[in-house]
Design a protein around this ligand. Structure first.
Ligand SMILES: NC(=O)c1ccc[n+]([C@@H]2O[C@H](COP(=O)([O-])OP(=O)(O)OC[C@H]3O[C@@H](n4cnc5c(N)ncnc54)[C@H](O)[C@@H]3O)[C@@H](O)[C@H]2O)c1
Length: 347
């Protein structure tokens, strides 16, 4: 480790931007310098918590001597701040999903290439120890060639109705599928070819939230392996955890299965298993894969490493989700190639 310190900024001081601040402010090679939010009060409150500057003007950040920026704006609003930061010559880590259209994602990746700086998408599931373990088994060939997988990532209805103010501008597909779709593509080591999806809507629409309730999307990968990705935003709040996450992978020689991470079971006036991102601070830093991915971005800048979980990875996950939505709309299988052809026309 060199003694280089990376002056860093954050755009978006909401729920996840606060986690960025916790991770960055406890990294020895990071100098968290400036937090930017359109809502100045939010930026100020978070900046005071971690002891850095704040602004409600993105140009102030662009014109500052900050060299790396992390983006945690709501799902549909990643393109503008990301492109602005690349135009200012910064290194960027953007929250998942990279974008909510492939056209936006292509523009972001092009801006990164023009800037020649580092670009990472925060697929933090890749930093959870059990998923890293699963990748290891696949990578060492212990599972053989990928055959089939099932990946569920759902939230209780708390998330679209009470946690997020912008659930109707996203959906379980944009909020949750990026994690599982990136993860299975990473574990399989294969590119997606085509997508067929079924979905249900009505519950959230009926509550004034413009969103799919639940979706199953079957993705076929190169070589014929396939995965059913399942997501729901209407899981009852009585579920013990805000998240329901399962993964099964079968290969020609073996398989593996993961059901949530081992959880802390808490019995107080209610029984629950806290969500992993309820931050655990010990030994002077916050603990958990969701913080390790953010710290890794600083490692990449400080040590001149090309980040894993790249803009390209973000683009492929975005294409898988866009194909899912087109399949739902037109009730037919959709190829990833078609999605990129359509995006090229839109640009
Ligand atoms: N909440 C989670 O559990 C979670 C987990 C992982 C990843 N994420 C991702 O993090 C991102 C942010 O989610 P969140 O839950 O923190 O949302 P949030 O609504 O809590 O916070 C978003 C913040 O961005 C600000 N903002 C919006 N547009 C802006 C702009 N152009 N410039 C500056 N500030 C702007 C808003 O004022 C708000 O404070 C999303 O992409 C989400 O998918 C969230």
């Amino acid at each position: 480790m060199t003694d280089r310190r990376v002056k860093t900024g954050i755009i978006g001081a909401g729920i996840w931007g606060s986690n960025h601040a916790l991770a960055l402010s406890t990294h020895p090679q990071c100098e968290l310098s400036l937090i930017c939010d359109l809502d100045g009060a939010r930026a100020k409150a978070l900046a005071e918590r971690v002891g850095c500057g704040w602004t409600d003007n993105i140009d102030t950040l662009a014109n500052s001597d900050v060299e790396a920026v992390t983006i945690a704006t709501p799902d549909p609003f990643h393109r503008e701040p990301t492109v602005a930061m690349f135009e200012a010559g910064k290194h960027v880590m953007c929250e998942k999903p990279l974008a909510t259209t492939v056209a936006d994602g292509l523009a972001m990746v092009a801006a990164a290439e023009k800037a020649g700086t580092k670009f990472m998408v925060d697929f933090h599931a890749r930093w959870y120890p059990l998923f890293m373990g699963a990748k290891g088994y696949a990578e060492r060939g212990e599972l053989g060639d990928p055959v089939m997988a099932y990946a569920r990532l759902s939230d209780t209805i708390y998330v679209p109705t009470k946690m997020l103010k912008w659930g109707g501008n996203s959906g379980p597909e944009w909020f949750l599928f990026p994690h599982t779709m990136d993860l299975v593509r990473w574990i399989f080591g294969r590119e997606p070819v085509s997508v067929y999806a079924q979905g249900h809507r009505g519950v959230l629409d009926g509550m004034g939230i413009n969103s799919w309730d639940t979706i199953q999307s079957m993705v076929t990968f190169e070589g014929g392996a396939f995965c059913t990705f399942e997501t729901s935003w209407i899981l009852p709040e009585s579920f013990t955890n805000v998240v329901d996450n399962r993964l099964t992978v079968y290969g020609t020689k073996g398989g593996l299965e993961l059901r949530n991470e081992p959880s802390l079971w808490v019995y107080t006036d209610r029984y629950h298993t806290p969500f992993a991102s309820e931050s655990i601070t010990r030994y002077g830093k916050v603990a958990g894969g969701q913080y390790d991915s953010i710290r890794y971005f600083i490692d990449c800048v400080a040590e001149d490493i090309t980040p894993e979980a790249s803009g390209h990875d973000g683009l492929i996950a975005t294409a898988m989700i866009e194909a899912t939505l087109l399949s739902l709309a037109e009730k037919r299988p959709v190829t990833i190639a078609e999605i990129f052809e359509r995006a090229a026309v839109q640009q």
